[in-house]
Design a protein around this ligand. Structure first.
Ligand code: ARG
Length: 587
């Protein structure tokens, strides 16, 4: 159990004994750590229903809890706040209990089947800076919920079924009309080898989209090709399959470099076979209606104080759209994967789209009330000018070049600090790579999910301040202390009652672990984890300045401190794992 929960239980019992509601007993971390470790503010709201003064109630509560051996001091502050400080023995005993429990004091959960939809890359488009936030945040939310004990999978949800596919098809036809994919009389089999490489595809894509903008005829051909692709024209399907395969191979490599991993590589197209029966049923049941030739589902309700346009299910030519696929995908995830909670980590600017899709899913009964559908929207990464991040020549920065820059700059900064000096070059490069990744990931994750932030590589790669490299350096220092302890045959011992203030502070910081995890999970907000990981390292550094662990003469205390360091390193390991950040052994 977490320390706060233990204390809340204790204080709640005291309120109950006074005939008052248990909820008044909520204990929180003190806002004035110099006065007390914890506080309870419940006597103030309890005063009115009790018909007594808050200070009187607070005094009665204190008289009871003072009996408890864990309480070092309990006192009234101001109009009736209750200040609490634990005994040093209680702090040590609590920490020992957490270490023995092996779960960092985390409560168990009723496991749910959760799917996180993140990444959302598109066929034929290289991963760029715009893909950074959903990938990193989505991965972290997945790991966080998994760490809590849920069954969680990630789905990349590839963009592979829209008009760009038709545009690519007509562009390739214009360039290579002799290919068999365009010959309706061709009876196969189609070539195994893709007619285009990923590099060619990435060049063809913007050209195709430009051509369709400039030339209405080309746009019309692309529209028809998209529809024919969706309807299953064999040559188009075969060619599209090549586009998809070469794109997936390249995208996978990019995500691998980023340390982001998906359990499912589904795409928009996967549910194509569900579409016709679904649309038919929605029409038959009266949920879908015709409007200006399109098929729509109205999702506006009377309580809305803004306009929510209807969801378009099919265009007049019968082609389906982004919304149709997302709606059918919800059905598929529930029916064939047994998912009860779907979290979409997608650009916050798509919030209207998700509002429409989720409403349509509810109205039509595709998602029953027990199913959680949530758009956990993310903000964007901006350049120093506050506009979306670009390369020096004004193009969109690819993810790969960004990570290469991060590793190179990290190596410079390691050299400036004499870190990893004298290590084999291969190891130095591998450390620089990890530091670079940590810099980029922490720089991203330390911002609130919904915020936009300015990408500042110089600041992100710094070893000072609230950064990934600072975190890794702290982690490495703990690991190295533990290795040195092992070399001296000092085993981690039972945590001893703290005597120094930074020692107490570290113990209290560690005790926050369960609350931080729960809050971050509830709000889908990895920035709480990032912030906490930083606070923990900072707290450890202050501890280490005062408590010279390995040279301590008192052997019991020395072993206890090693135990505390091991516990801190373990906590940090869990936090890094949740953030998706890997730490080197040494540097
Ligand atoms: N491919 C989409 C885009 O580039 C993002 C997909 C997000 N996921 C979803 N289920 N709609 O905008």
């Amino acid at each position: 159990m977490s320390l706060i929960t233990e204390l809340t239980d204790l204080v709640s019992q005291a309120f109950v004994a006074l005939g008052l509601d248990a909820s008044y007993g909520e204990v929180v971390v003190s806002q004035r750590p110099e006065l007390a470790q914890f506080q309870c503010n419940g006597a103030l709201p309890a005063a009115k229903p009790a018909g007594r003064s808050p200070r009187d109630i607070a005094q009665d509560v204190i008289d009871q809890i003072d009996q408890d051996e864990r309480i070092g001091s309990a006192s009234i502050a101001g109009p009736g706040f209750i200040n609490l400080t634990l005994t040093d023995a209680a702090l040590a005993a609590y920490t020992e209990g957490v270490i023995a429990g092996g779960r960092m004091g985390l409560r168990g959960v009723e496991p749910r089947s959760i799917l996180v939809d993140y990444g959302g890359p598109n066929v034929a488009k290289p991963l760029h800076v715009g893909h950074l936030r959903p990938a990193i945040i989505g991965e972290s939310i997945k790991r966080l919920l998994r760490f809590q004990g849920h069954d969680v999978i990630g789905d990349v949800h590839l963009g592979d079924w829209g008009t760009p596919m038709g545009q690519l098809i007509v562009e390739v036809e214009a360039r290579m009309p002799e290919l068999p994919y365009f010959d309706e009389g061709f009876s196969g089999p189609y070539p195994d080898e893709s007619p285009v490489t990923i590099d060619e595809l990435e060049e063809i894509y913007p050209a195709a989209s430009q051509r369709c903008k400039d030339d209405p005829d080309a746009a019309e051909r692309a529209r028809r090709a998209t529809l024919q692709l969706q309807n299953g024209r064999p040559g188009y399907r075969a060619l599209w399959q090549h586009f998809r395969n070469v794109s997936i191979a390249a995208i996978k490599e990019n995500y691998d470099e980023l340390g982001v991993e998906f359990e499912l590589w589904h795409g928009e197209s996967d549910i194509n076979d569900l579409l016709a029966p679904l649309i038919k049923k929605l029409v038959a049941d009266g949920y879908a209606e015709e409007s200006d030739g399109s098929l729509i589902i109205r999702v506006q309700t009377e309580d809305d104080n803004r306009d929510i346009p209807p969801l378009i299910l099919a265009k007049s030519d019968g082609a389906t759209l982004y919304s149709t696929w997302d709606l059918a995908t919800i059905q598929d995830r529930i029916e064939s994967l047994g998912i009860v909670e779907m979290i979409y980590v997608v650009d916050i600017r798509q919030s209207l789209h998700f509002e429409q899709v989720f409403r349509a899913a509810r109205i039509t009964g595709i998602a029953g009330p027990e199913i959680v559908l949530e758009h956990a929207g993310n903000g964007t990464v901006n350049g120093p000018n506050g506009k979306p991040f670009q390369t020096r020549t004004g193009g969109v920065k690819t993810l790969r070049s960004m990570l290469e820059d991060a590793a190179a700059l990290s190596l410079d900064k390691m050299d400036a600090r004499d870190l990893a000096a004298g290590y084999p070059q291969e190891e130095r490069l591998s450390i620089a790579h990890m530091v670079g990744l940590a810099a980029v990931k922490f720089g991203d994750l330390s911002n609130h999910r919904e915020s936009n932030y300015i990408f500042d590589m110089d600041r992100f790669t710094s070893f000072d301040g609230k950064t990934g490299p600072y975190l890794l350096y702290g982690t490495v220092r703990m690991s190295s202390l533990l290795r040195n302890a092992a070399d001296l045959s000092v085993d981690p011992g039972a945590v001893v009652p703290p005597t120094y203030e930074p020692e107490r502070a570290l113990i209290l910081e560690l005790a926050r672990f369960p609350e931080v995890i729960e809050r971050a999970a509830e709000l889908r907000a990895p920035n709480y984890i990032a912030e906490y990981a930083y606070e923990l390292v900072a707290s450890y550094n202050r501890f280490y300045e005062v408590c010279h662990v390995l040279t301590e003469d008192d052997l019991g205390r020395r072993a206890g401190w090693v135990g505390l360091v091991a516990h801190t390193r373990n906590a940090l390991g869990h936090l890094l794992e949740v953030l998706g950040i890997e730490a080197p052994e040494r540097m």
